[in-house]
Design a protein. Structure first.
Length: 77
C-alpha cells in the first residue's frame, strides 16, 4: 500500500474514533491480513460505536421526559 494511502486510512480510523490498538491491528491486516479480517475489525468497532450511541440515546430520552414533565407542571422543582 502506498504511504499516502496508508496515512489516509489511518486518519480515517482516527476520525472514526478507533484507538491505537485497533489502528495497529488494521494496519497489520492491510499489510499481511485478509479482507475478511479487515472487515471484522471495522465491524467490531462499528458495533462498539452503536452501543455507545444507544446509551447516549437513552440518556437523551430521560432528559426529554424530564423536560416534558416539567413543562406539564407534573414535577415541582
Amino acid at each position: 500500500m502506498a504511504h499516502d494511502s496508508e496515512e489516509a486510512v489511518i486518519q480515517n480510523l482516527k476520525d472514526a474514533g478507533c484507538n491505537q490498538d485497533t489502528i495497529d491491528q488494521f494496519v497489520e491486516c492491510l499489510e499481511h491480513g485478509t479482507l475478511e479480517e479487515q472487515l471484522r475489525i471495522l465491524s467490531q468497532h462499528r458495533s462498539k460505536l452503536l452501543d455507545q450511541l444507544h446509551i447516549v440515546q437513552r440518556r437523551i430520552d430521560c432528559l426529554d421526559y424530564l423536560v416534558y414533565q416539567i413543562e406539564r407542571h407534573k414535577i415541582a422543582i
